[in-house]
Ligand binder design. Structure first.
Ligand code: GDP
Ligand code: MG
Length: 741
């Protein structure tokens, strides 16, 4: 017989739930140390000899009181979906705290099996646990396992299947824990009331509901009020009487008393020969010894800087190799299309719209993979938690969280980087407001695509102090990011700072498997979620810069010019240009080629100006002149919305130096230096604008995917407005007073 059983995995964060899930189902699944990363429900299949088991990974929780989203998710799943059994993973090296959650399962009557995980760690620490005895005292099966190696998991699943089958009738048998005379008395009273009025009884057993009212569980209170306001009121009155009484007599609250008694219950069990420690005095574990160095007040920050620089170098240096392969591949593809297709709009669409778009999406992939692999090492080893811990004091001032630092560095906080993985790196942040503030400000960092533009402009206009200027711009990026974050946290994202709830997990060697699954999962998410939209936008932008094309009369005029130019040379000379085998050209042929290139560049410039993007750029000039930008710059900035690296090439085309033949053209910097519409003030204003205006659309899409459309639009509008005001101030000030020169 082959029936299907549903078994959920539940337990404290870091108890090895995800590791066990991976071992059992082999499914792709994140393995991390942050509590709450697994907020989504994950399922997999485990096959025993005669049963098919659907395994569900629940979010990690410390308790089942509605303090956090995770707790509500886990609890709702248990009462609404009623799994046949629950495997309660516990960290054997930290049993007392882990059993706190267990007591709540027992009180709810959930059929559980305890997976006594990490017995290897416990053994190292000289802790031995009598699982037989523990099982007897709790009245549930206890199976020692090592989730990482799979040891004991077979027995665990057999036991789980057995429990699940015996509970197939959905009959739950709650355990009763005593909470002292005062509370016990009122609990019995409330239980009777709840049962007689059928209050929430289709979801919870009466005693559980009563306990939740005593614990002041907001979620249950809301539910109760909705179900039957009268009964709810009645219970609350009784709760208030006993709470007042307790406060008068022993100055405490029912919740605290309940927690105390649960720990008492656990301790009484552990003391009955379940837990023995080999060492009497608290031994310094390896982790603590490492922490003495790594989080040391002086050494800590230095080590952190070195590690972060290392990660940064790893990500952006080594990923260059596969990025290079991808680039050559797409160049080859472009060339192949170029030679096979006839000139025209279809070819232009395929090369400039589609191939560039797909290339743009895939171009990020090696970067994202390397970065997530690096972060996975830091995260799975436990170091990331230390970084966050050390940075927290500084970031707190700006309404952010210690974990935010990672996202800024990845986005270009040191020099070059990318906001796409930066936005995705904010996932390690737990508080939604701090996460949003980080996510919205990481695009202010100087990413690898902005750098060449900054280098070009500083090199042209401030060549003497280029290094100093570049350093100042990095500092400026940090200041603006942090101050804007502070501003957002005081306005649209106002709210309490979350206390630093992250615990410091012990250091562990990451498993290769875990790292790979982790990396791949996040990378795939990027490709799947962002890919299609980015491609769509790329095509749209191509169309905006191509259509409607030059009017027929102009085209005829240019063709006539071309004919005139060619007519000025002998037939042999023009034939030379079409012979691809020819390596060196004769002097007249070179001259002809140059003239034709110049003509092509003029055509390109005219086409661009005539296009939709060109018209937008031109009409924007009325406003943008306050910051010193002319219509050509505006088009380049529009293009920069597609990807900041496009700014230079679009400026080039707009100043009729196009991509037609970069060797033959004058360098862009020279043209800008002598152009009447350019000077230091314009350059400075433009740099400021490029640094802070709307994120490129790959980033916007990621922001949307990580939050909502609302925030994606917000970041475009807010950043652009901010950047424009900033640039205008810089331009006007430096023009009038040469203040920044
Ligand atoms: P979760 O938060 O409950 O999902 O916990 P994870 O599965 O992410 O595990 C947290 C850490 O404990 C990871 O680094 C695992 O590699 C590690 N881990 C899990 N099970 C064991 C085990 O049995 N022994 C050891 N030594 N480490 C384990
Ligand atoms: Mg997990």
């Amino acid at each position: 017989m082959n029936k299907e059983l549903r078994i959920a995995l539940a337990g404290n964060p870091n108890s090895g739930k995800t590791t066990l899930f991976n071992t059992l189902t082999g499914a792709r699944q994140h393995v991390g140390n942050y509590p709450g990363v697994t907020v989504e429900k994950k399922e997999g299949i485990y096959q025993t000899e005669n049963a098919r088991i659907r395994v569900i990974d629940l979010p990690g929780t410390y308790s089942l009181t509605a303090y956090s989203v995770e707790e509500v998710v886990a609890r709702d799943f248990l009462v609404n979906e009623k799994p046949h059994a629950v495997i309660n993973t516990t960290d054997a090296s930290n049993l007392e705290r882990n059993l706190y959650l267990t007591t709540q399962f027992l009180e709810m009557g959930v059929p559980i099996i305890i997976a006594l995980n990490m017995i290897d760690v416990a053994k190292d620490r000289g802790i031995s646990i009598n699982s037989q005895k523990l099982s007897e005292l709790l009245g549930v099966p206890v199976v020692p396992i090592i989730a990482r190696t799979g040891q004991g998991t077979k027995e665990l699943m057999e036991e789980a299947a057995r429990i699940a089958e015996t509970h197939a009738d959905m009959d739950w048998h709650p355990v009763t824990i005593s909470y002292g005379d005062d509370l016990d008395e009122v609990l019995i009273e409330l239980e009777a009331l709840i049962a007689s009025r059928n209050f929430l009884t289709d979801t919870y057993i009466p005693r559980w509901t009563a306990i939740k009212y005593l614990e002041d569980d907001r979620e249950v209170l809301t539910k109760g009020r909705k179900a039957d306001a009268e009964v709810s009121e009645l219970i609350q009155t009784k709760v208030k009487i006993v709470a007042d009484h307790i406060f008068k007599t022993i100055e405490t609250y029912p919740e605290a008393m309940i927690a105390d008694h649960r720990y008492g219950f656990i301790n009484s069990i552990l003391k009955q020969g379940v837990l023995t420690k080999k060492y009497n005095i608290e031994r310094l574990y390896a982790s603590d010894r490492i922490d003495m160095v790594v989080t040391n007040r002086f050494l800590g920050p230095l080590i952190m800087l070195a590690v972060l620089l290392g990660l940064y170098k790893f990500t952006f240096t080594y990923s260059q190799i596969p990025v290079g392969w991808l680039e050559s591949f797409f160049n080859w593809l472009s060339n192949a299309v170029d030679t096979t297709l006839a000139d025209g709009q279809l070819k232009s669409l395929i090369t400039s719209g589609i191939i560039d778009g797909v290339g743009g999406v895939l171009g990020f992939v090696p970067l994202i993979m390397f970065m997530f692999f690096g972060i996975a090492i830091l995260e799975d080893s436990g170091y990331l938690a230390r970084v966050a811990f050390m940075m927290d004091r500084i970031f707190r001032i700006f309404g952010l969280h210690g974990s935010s630092v990672m996202a800024y560095i990845v986005s270009g906080g040191i020099a070059g980087g990318c906001a796409v993985p930066g936005v995705m790196a904010t996932r390690t942040l737990r508080s939604p407001r701090e996460r949003m503030a980080t996510l919205l400000t990481v695009p202010f960092m100087n990413c690898g695509a902005k750098l060449p533009v900054l280098v070009l402009l500083t090199g042209t206009f401030f060549s003497k102090n280029q290094t100093r200027y570049m350093f100042m711009f990095t500092l400026l990026a940090w200041c603006v990011s942090l101050l804007v974050a502070k501003f957002l946290r005081m306005t649209v994202l106002r709210g309490e700072a979350t206390p630093f709830v992250m615990e410091l997990p012990p250091y562990r060697f990451p498993t290769f498997n875990g790292l790979m699954i982790h990396t791949w999962e996040r990378t795939w998410q990027y490709i799947r979620k962002a890919g299609t939209v980015i491609l769509g936008f790329s095509i749209l932008l191509w169309a905006m810069m191509t259509y409607p094309g030059l009017p027929e009369s102009k085209n005829i005029g240019f063709e006539a010019q071309r004919t005139t130019i060619i007519a000025g040379y002998s037939e042999a000379t023009s034939r030379e240009l079409t012979e691809t085998s020819k390596t060196s050209l004769s002097d007249p042929a070179k001259e002809l080629k140059q003239k034709l290139n110049t003509l092509d560049r003029v055509i390109n410039e005219q086409t661009l100006r005539h296009s939709i993007a060109g018209r937008i750029g031109t009409s924007l000039e009325k406003v943008s002149q306050f910051a010193g930008f002319d219509w050509r710059t505006n088009i380049a900035l529009l293009g920069g919305f597609a990807a900041k690296e496009v700014i230079i090439s679009t400026l080039g085309t707009a100043y009729s130096l196009g991509e037609v033949d970069p060797d033959a053209a004058e360098p862009l910097s020279k043209t800008l230096a002598v152009s009447p519409s350019w000077n230091k003030a314009v350059a400075l204003a433009l740099i400021v604008f490029i640094m802070f205006y709307s994120p490129c659309f790959a980033t916007v899409i990621c922001i949307v995917r990580e939050s909502s459309w609302k925030w994606g639009v917000f970041s475009m509008v807010f950043n652009t407005t901010f950047a424009f005001l900033f640039a205008t101030i810089v331009y006007q000030l430096s023009r009038i007073t040469s203040f920044f020169m």
